[in-house]
Design a protein around this ligand. Structure first.
Ligand code: HEM
Length: 150
């Protein structure tokens, strides 16, 4: 189960990143172009939100079964001093949860907004913040905590 979930979690990052980028571009275009906030815009932001929450669920399960997290938890004091162990026990999990909270807030705020421009603006700003945080907390092959592309 661990290996399967890791592959799914790893691949789902690209779905989330693609959906976030498309949603953000459309939201900025809607905001600055003063366009109507359509049912399609709402659906797109909803799919992005759902994919982020699915990733959160898989991440939480992985956090419970990961040998790396278990090893890190066994000696938290030592893990906090080791950048790689600190990343897997605290940083990755916390950054991603905060990012998904920001995305969730963006969706709630956009639903509450009174005008179509405000709906686009809230999606654009909150989802962009979420994207930056997610991108920075992914263990890219070129980062210090390097993992494969897939
Ligand atoms: C949008 C959100 C997230 C993205 C894009 C993401 C991305 C990734 C990636 C790319 C990996 C490496 C996979 C590999 O080595 O093949 C990974 C591993 C992992 N992630 Fe996430 N993640 C997200 C959210 C979360 C959350 C919220 C948690 C915990 C609550 C979490 C827990 C973990 C764990 C435990 C591992 C595996 C550590 C190991 O056993 O090696 N992730 N994640």
């Amino acid at each position: 189960m661990y290996t399967g979930l890791m592959h799914l979690h790893s691949a789902l990052r690209y779905v989330i990143l693609a959906l976030l980028i498309i949603t953000i571009i459309k939201a900025f275009a809607g905001w600055f172009g003063k366009k109507e906030y359509t049912a399609g815009d709402n659906k797109l932001s909803l799919f992005t939100f759902i994919s982020a929450h699915l990733q959160l669920l898989i991440g939480l399960i992985l956090y419970g079964i990961s040998p790396v997290v278990k090893a890190g938890m066994a000696d938290m004091a030592a893990s906090m001093k080791d950048p790689i162990m600190r990343f897997w026990t605290v940083e990755h999990m916390l950054s991603m949860i905060v990012a998904i909270l920001i995305i969730t807030l963006g969706r709630i705020m956009s639903k509450k907004a009174g005008t179509d421009t405000a709906k686009h603006r809230r999606i654009a700003v909150y989802y962009l913040l979420g994207l930056i945080l997610i991108f920075s907390a992914i263990p890219w092959p070129f980062s210090a905590v390097a993992r494969p592309w897939f």
